[in-house]
Design a protein. Structure first.
Lengths: 210, 238
């Protein structure tokens, strides 16, 4: 069935598969997927970047494996298989982050294990990797992963700047700047996300009009 | 009839296929996880040991080597070999002349968000606490986490009185008071805006010092006698 689908439509180019995740179908700003880590660990630029890259890595690896095994996995057990594959790579990532830095592992905390239930990853496995070749799935995962990282970084940078007066712990504002504590608390995540969605939607509606 | 058997056959063959797929993926996953665990284990342990050592150096100023002690059934401290896992661990810190600086004690208790784990340094000669660091906490950023960063709060632990009575009990239990109301050397000046977290620290240290300081004090002479750390823990980490 999937084969019919792709052959009937015009095949999108490889660059298109890659670019779409970064801008047009950005997982956070357009699809609004995986909000739990987006809101929770985007309180500093560093955390946001680490979380984004960890998710991108899991996405890439699981997309590759799902795509490789796509003709081998029976339809009835595909979701269970995908979750198993995703959970495996999340566990691997969890150990890797522990080995990279204790500090980073502490600040990301439970959210590394929660990558398992990030619907972005499962949705890419189900909607894309299970129907496309390994190469295309890799491009799709890279694009989506980078798009996710980019979006998280946008949130993290703004929140850290306003909430702590710094980016990557380098002070940007003068010392007498009154930090907006609310921005590094969970509420700040909602404010920042809303502001970014507003900006992105504004840009896209303008584009359509013109 | 032939139709029925056909369907049955198809079903059983497809469930075998399902089973096979799940089995293969399961085995693959297990292999990946185990190898990732094995590969990262030495590095993770090394990082954890380094972090702990750094914390010990901080709470016992001037320390350059450490020795871990456990406690046996008679309440005596015994040197820990690699791999021992006692209930509570104490770390003796020695300075560059191999003289004992003090002991670092690991304590934990309920904070505002989750369990807070802290490490504090005890100087048995002066009978005071000389250092403090939060090892693990999930306190609210910007509010409760001031217990880790607020310099005024951390200054409480430069000379916090934990002296003992003659029958080896804590004279005055450590307690957190409201910000600016500290009057006695055993009180911790709290933080406005992190009331619960700073009180939790007072409680954790109060309970831990009441239990551990007498043990350390009683064993202090013995440890001083067979002092000189014959095996520096730092070496395997370098």
């Amino acid at each position: 069935m999937s084969k019919d689908n792709t052959s009937s439509k015009q095949e999108p180019s490889n660059t298109d598969e890659f670019i779409k995740g970064i801008w047009r179908d950005n997982p956070v700003f357009v699809q609004v997927l995986g909000m739990c880590p987006v809101l929770a660990v985007s309180n500093t630029a560093e955390n946001a970047l680490a979380m984004g890259l960890a998710t991108a890595f899991v996405l890439l690896m699981s997309n590759i494996l799902v795509s490789l095994l796509r003709n081998f996995i029976p339809k009835q057990v595909r979701i269970a298989s995908y979750i198993l594959i995703i959970a495996t790579f999340v566990t691997v990532t969890d150990y890797a982050i522990q080995a990279i830095s204790v500090e980073l592992y502490k600040s990301l905390g439970a959210f590394i294990s929660l990558i398992v239930v990030n619907c972005l990853i499962l949705s890419r496995a189900e909607a894309f990797a299970s129907k496309n070749t390994v190469g295309k799935s890799m491009l799709d995962a890279l694009g989506m992963g980078l798009g996710f990282t980019f979006a998280l970084f946008c949130l993290g940078a703004v929140r850290e700047l306003l909430g702590n007066g710094s980016i990557f712990q380098f002070a940007i504002f003068p010392a007498n700047f009154q930090n907006w504590i609310v921005m590094i608390l969970p509420a700040g995540g909602f404010f920042t996300l809303a502001a970014w969605l507003l900006i992105i939607n504004l840009i896209q509606t303008r584009k359509i009009k013109s | 009839m032939s139709k029925a058997t056909k369907i049955e056959k198809q079903e059983s063959s497809s469930s075998i296929k399902m089973l096979k797929a799940m089995l293969v993926i399961g085995i693959l996953s297990a292999l990946l996880i185990v190898s990732a665990y094995q590969l990262t284990l030495p590095r993770v342990q090394q990082l954890k040991a380094e972090a702990l050592e750094k914390a010990i150096f901080k709470v016992l100023p001037g320390t350059i080597s450490t020795q871990a002690f456990g406690i046996n059934a008679d309440g005596e401290l015994t040197k820990l070999e690699n791999g021992d896992k006692p209930e509570s661990t104490y770390y003796a810190g020695y300075n560059k002349n191999e003289k004992l600086v003090g002991y670092a004690v690991d304590a934990a208790g309920q904070g505002y968000a989750d369990i807070i784990r802290v490490l504090y340094g005890y100087d048995p000669k002066e009978q005071i606490l000389i250092g403090f660091q939060v090892l693990e906490s999930k306190e609210t950023p910007g509010l409760g986490d001031k217990i880790e960063k607020d310099q005024r709060f951390l200054d409480n632990f430069k000379a916090l009185d934990v002296s003992l009575t003659n029958d080896r009990k804590i004279k005055n239990k450590v307690i957190t008071v409201k910000q600016g109301e500290k009057q006695n050397p055993w009180e911790i000046d709290g933080i406005t805006g992190a009331t619960i977290s700073s009180r939790a620290i007072g409680k954790i240290i109060g309970i831990s010092t009441a239990k551990d300081v007498p043990i350390l004090f009683n064993n202090h002479k013995k440890i001083m006698d067979d002092s000189k750390p014959n095996e520096k823990q730092t070496e395997n980490n370098e």
